[in-house]
Ligand binder design. Structure first.
Ligand code: AGP
Length: 611
């Protein structure tokens, strides 16, 4: 899940590449580099963040109208200057950047070693590059033809972009599994892993599909398949504003995105929640309502935070629609040889729409005849293109690596889908349906209320930021909220944190409890409340450092702890959307107080495009 950017046109390439790499840095920040052509190919690359590269080339004359750039998330070979991209072929003629994993690189490497090739880096990328170089050397063919021949031998995922010293006005790019979008300007073209480096120059884009090859000049874009047949580019308009990918005065994208939630949740409801006609209008759902409401089983496939949204949806869909739901880790589902029956429907939940585990898992399910319904945030992303139908979550670009606003938008969309199916199935009363519509309608203002006073959250963050471990507990709908709260803290503060069903504590983890362990309960009023109170007393009895997210005005917990975070009252089905907000903020303020880069946590990347 590296970041790829390239340019050919009338502007100086280096400033365009550098700015693009900074926009893509959330995709990986182990090292970065660029290659340009000025008579010969020039490569500048450096371990660490893009700022390191920028400092390294300060004062250098980097004169070129064409170039490629890369920011790395290391898969093969540790983060260092040598393994950084771009790589240069043995002949020195070609420079290449790559996002993905070449699974059969070891056998290709053996072939090349036996031909006397020597490798500078430990990367699979340098192997593919020299494999192409070898074909070029030994066949009287063009670079484009050599790339096609080579890619027919490759197993794995890739976006590659090549710069050729002998054709300094042309870029060659190809894709399989990893994302690539090309921006079409007047007399210039931009290439990138996603649209964020492109929108300030043009809104006209082409999303490249698997097994497609692009030959790009400043005033020409040719698309072909690996069989050398031409393909007509499908040009789309980006519906994105530059301000959406700027920090907007906030210290971090994560904080900006947390504070955007009243608006993103409103945007998610807008045009779908029809209070006046007591209905929910969702085109993707309506067009497949028969299959959805008659589904024998719903299988939700996702990873990370999206998987937690799926877990909450399991509770909601089974409660409202009376359809059995299974929630699967995509990476496990993919290799488990799962049983897919006729009538099963798959929900693929993903913010980026590019997560390789989820993409491959749904392709497997699709091969077995399942209907794939995507719940996706990034418009035009791969999962949205391979799904049979779907719904966008309209949370806007999410730049902070830790998912926040996309999660609450996923919950809102999954709740609306469940309500729509329940209405069509009449599996709940009309009164209950309307009650929940109104509850959903109040969420944006309730989130605003939470964000209007975060003093208790900041105080608790200050008290617990030196903890070595942290426990998050909840029951029912709040159990996955506890899991998500723990994930946020792990990602942002590097404190080991665990989410757990509160009642499960006494079956083992309660052994962890002592006066040093913060134990946070998501304890808002719901059907489980009395039980949760007794679980809190069990922790209190063992001197655990009790913290609780409670319904505003709830007197039943005051005697148990002073560390209370109050949230507005809400129906138990809707409450998870509110209850996660304080946990997002808690992890943010603990991360900041520990002096960490909360937007680019170590070892992580925003979109995991490799298995
Ligand atoms: C969440 O904060 C993480 N960034 C990560 O767990 C993420 O949710 C996971 O990689 C799934 O990503 P997706 O929603 O883009 O598919």
């Amino acid at each position: 899940m590296c970041g790829i950017v390239a340019y050919v046109g009338y502007r100086q390439a280096f400033p365009v590449l550098l700015k693009g790499l900074k926009r893509l840095e959330y995709r990986g920040y182990d090292s970065s580099g660029i290659a340009i052509v000025h008579k010969n190919i020039e490569i500048h690359k450096k371990k660490g963040k893009v700022a390191e590269l920028e400092n390294m080339v300060k004062g250098k004359i980097l004169n070129s109208l064409i170039g490629i750039g890369h920011t790395r998330w290391a898969t093969h070979g540790e983060p260092n200057d040598t393994n950084a991209h771009p790589h240069l072929s043995k002949s020195g003629r070609i420079a290449m950047i790559h996002n993905g994993i070449i699974e059969n690189y070891a056998s290709l490497k053996q072939e090349l070693l036996s031909k006397g090739y020597v490798f500078k880096s430990e990367t699979d990328t340098e192997v593919l590059l020299n494999f192409i170089d070898d074909i070029l050397d030994n066949n009287n063919c063009s670079l484009e033809e050599a790339v096609c021949v080579a890619l027919k031998r490759v197993v794995g995922a890739y976006v590659i972009v090549l710069l050729d010293e002998e054709n300094p006005d042309t870029l060659i790019a190809a894709r399989k599994g990893s994302p690539l979008v090309i921006g079409i300007g007047k007399g210039e073209h931009f290439l990138a892993s996603d649209a964020s480096p492109i929108i300030e120059y043009t809104k006209e884009v082409v999303y490249i599909n698997d097994y497609e090859l692009a030959i790009i000049k400043s005033d020409e874009l040719i698309l072909k398949n690996l069989g050398n047949e031409k393909i007509t580019p499908f040009v789309q308009q980006l519906d994105l504003e530059l301000s959406a990918i700027e920090k907007g005065g906030y210290d971090h994208f994560m904080l900006k995105e947390i504070y955007e939630q009243p608006k993103t949740i409103y945007d998610c409801l807008r045009g779908r929640l029809d209070i006046a006609h007591e209905d929910i209008i969702m085109g993707g759902v309506q067009s497949h309502i028969e299959q959805l409401k008659n589904a024998n089983r719903l299988i939700i496939i996702a990873c990370g935070t999206s998987w937690h949204a799926g877990l909450i949806a399991e509770y909601i869909i089974e409660e409202l629609c009376r359809i059995p739901v299974e929630v699967e880790y995509a990476s496990e589902f993919r290799y488990r040889n799962p049983i897919i029956n006729k009538g099963d429907v798959i929900f693929a939940v993903s913010q980026s729409g590019e997560t390789a585990d989820t993409l491959v898992a749904i392709e497997r399910a699709k091969e077995q005849g399942a209907m794939i319904f995507g719940i996706i945030n990034v418009v035009g992303s791969s999962i949205s293109r391979v799904s049979h139908a779907g719904t966008y979550t309209h949370a806007g670009p999410e730049i902070g690596v830790a998912s926040t606003k996309a999660f609450t938008a996923q919950l809102v969309v999954l709740t609306m889908i469940a309500l729509k199916i329940a209405k069509e199935k009449q599996s709940i009363s009309h009164g209950r349906f309307v009650e929940l519509l109104h509850e959903l309608n109040t969420v944006p203002s309730k989130v605003e209320k939470i964000l209007s006073d975060i003093s208790s959250i900041k105080a608790i963050a200050a008290k617990t930021s030196n903890a070595n471990s942290f426990l998050y507990l909840g029951r029912g709908y709040n159990f996955p909220v506890a899991l998500e709260g723990a994930l946020k803290l792990k990602e942002i503060s590097y404190i080991h944190a665990e989410g757990y069903p509160a009642a499960e504590m006494k079956h083992g983890p309660i052994a962890l409890v002592d006066e040093n362990l913060p134990v946070l309960f998501v304890a808002t009023k719901d059907a489980y409340h009395e039980k949760v109170i007794s679980n809190m007393q069990e922790i209190n009895a063992r001197k655990g450092r009790l913290i609780a997210v409670v319904t505003a005005g709830d007197q039943s917990v005051i005697s148990l702890t002073k560390d209370l975070i109050q949230v507005p009252a809400a129906d138990e089905i809707i409450a998870p959307i509110l209850n996660i907000i304080p946990l997002q903020l808690l992890s943010y303020y603990i991360g900041v107080s520990r002096g960490l880069d909360v937007d680019r946590p170590r070892n992580l990347a925003k979109s995991v495009t490799v298995e």
